[in-house]
Structures are given as C-alpha cells and as structure tokens.
Design a protein around this ligand. Structure first.
Ligand code: ATR
Length: 267
C-alpha cells in the first residue's frame, strides 16, 4: 500500500509538537505514513488546500486557520459545525471532511483528573478560538454558573450569545484581582506564555485549574502563579486531539501510554 501523507497547516508552526506526537503514533502503530508541517501565509492558503486535496490523506489545522478552513470543506462533522472551528481534516477521494478533535482533548483532560462539571461554578479566561470547544464541552453538563473573563469584554458577550450560554456573566480581566472563589478555572489564552502572567490574580479555585498553555519542562506562568495542587496544563489536550485525529484518519482505536508520549515530545 502506498504511504499515507499527513501534515499540520498553520502560521507559525515551527515550534509545533504535532510532528513528534504523530510520528510516534505512526511508529507505535507500524503504519506506512509520515507527518510534516506547512507554514502557510494567508495568500497561499487556497493553493495549498488544492495541493493537499490531491496529495494528502489528512491534515491538522492550527491558528489562525481553524475557521477559514471551513469554507474549503466538502463536509463538516456536526460538533465541529456547532463549534465553528475545525482542527482535523480527513481526505477521502479528494473530498475534505472537517472535524474538531480539540473537544476530545478537553474531555480527556477533565476525565483524567476525574472532574465532573455538573453543579459547578466555572470561570473561563479568554474568548478566542480555544474557548469555543471548551464552551461546547461544558454545555453537556448541568453546571451552576459559567462566567467568562476577557480583555475585550464584548468578545466574551458574543461567545455567550453564539453558544446560547445560560447562567453566565462576563467581566474584564481586572475581575481576576477580586477575592472570588470558583470550583473550576480554565485559562484558554496565551497570556504571558513567553514571560510572566502580568495580571493580578486573587481569584481562587476549590476543585481544579486547567491551563490550556503547556510547557514541557516547567509549569506554565499561569499555573506557577496560582500554585494550586489539582491543576494541569495543555499537554494532555494536545496529545489527545492528535490521537483522535489519527484515529479518524486511519479508522482505528488507539491505546496510548501518556507518559511515553510526553517523553517523546521532550526527546
Ligand atoms: P484566537 O485564539 O482566536 O486566534 P487570540 O488572538 O490568540 O485569538 O486570543 C485568544 C485569547 O487570548 C483572547 O481572549 C484574547 O483576548 P481579546 O479577545 O481581548 O483579544 C486573549 N489575549 C491574547 N493576548 C492577550 C494579552 N496580551 N492580554 C490579554 N488577553 C490576551
């Protein structure tokens, strides 16, 4: 059988860990395949998609193209359509079918830490692309409250409307400096990733803190600041969105060893 070709498209992609994860999965499953990255400018987007349509079997999509890709699809999965973001495309006979596997990564993160969102007060920080699958996921639960903090408060308001979120308030970032307690706090922004978290944080969590940022060798700036025992960064989400993509492309179900994959990512 001819080798399967998979890739990541986005801009920038030079620090992406997706090739390490996927090439490890290829090694692990002994499939005849490879995974590479294409750093694509906005102007070249259409011609690259035509190229991939003819020469590839599937691809992942990262920032800033998770919405733009939707215009190029022949079919879209129901959940990806609701989220309005696609990070995984399967190509069958030149047809592009879009999925959102970030939501699977989010589900696996909460499951791994045994966190149930029913009857919980939840705070989301951020209203960009990463907040959308999270809200879609949280809406599966009978949460008590789902508030959003964002620099641009109107964007948080738009998300509440788009996802028809009930029992919700939106606040500016200064809200993080207040003495308020939530059960669960999730950071979906990339604030401070290259330095320190610059905003005052007095807000506290009782049960769980999830930072979608990740660092391989240390805590993220956000998790260093909040210093809470039951917390986790975005590595599990990153790994499981990749695993789900791989399963969709190859019609298989994978049993993976998380620790081993994290070692490969460090490698
Ligand atoms: P996307 O994920 O849609 O590409 P983004 O520009 O990466 O969007 O931003 C993601 C989130 O991080 C947004 O909530 C953004 O706040 P705004 O909606 O106000 O733009 C937030 N964000 C990014 N950089 C930030 C910063 N330096 N300070 C505060 N918030 C920031």
């Amino acid at each position: 059988m001819s080798p399967k070709n998979y890739c990541l498209i986005g801009h920038p992609v030079n620090h992406s860990l997706s090739p390490k994860i996927h090439n490890y999965l290829i090694y692990h499953t002994k499939l005849n395949a490879g995974y590479i990255c294409f750093d694509i400018s906005d102007n070249d987007f259409g011609s690259y998609i035509n190229f991939l349509r003819k020469n590839f079997d599937g691809f992942n999509v990262t920032v800033p193209y998770k919405e733009k890709i939707i215009n190029y699809l022949d079919e879209i999965d129901f959940e990806a359509d609701n989220i309005n973001a696609v990070n995984c495309v399967k190509i069958i006979d030149g047809k592009l079918i879009g999925f959102n596997t970030d939501i699977y990564g989010i589900r696996k993160t909460f499951e791994k830490y045994d966190v149930n969102l029913d009857h919980k007060n939840i705070l989301i920080i951020g209203s960009g692309g990463a907040a959308k699958p999270l809200i879609q996921y949280i809406k599966n639960f009978k949460y008590s409250k789902l508030d959003i903090v964002n620099r641009t408060v109107s964007k948080a308001g738009n998300l509440i409307k788009k996802f028809d979120v009930k029992k919700s308030d939106v606040f500016p970032l200064e809200y993080l400096g207040k003495n308020v307690i939530y059960d669960i706090i999730i950071n979906t922004t990339s604030i401070g990733l290259k330095g320190e978290w610059p905003y005052k944080m007095n807000i506290k969590a009782k049960e769980f803190i999830f930072d979608m940022q990740y660092k391989l060798e240390s805590k993220t700036p956000f998790l260093s600041l909040v210093n809470f025992d039951k917390s986790c960064d975005g590595k599990i989400m990153l790994i499981y969105q990749a695993v789900k993509s791989f399963e969709i492309w190859n019609n298989i179900s994978l049993q993976i060893d998380l620790i081993n994959i994290i070692e490969q990512m460090r490698g």
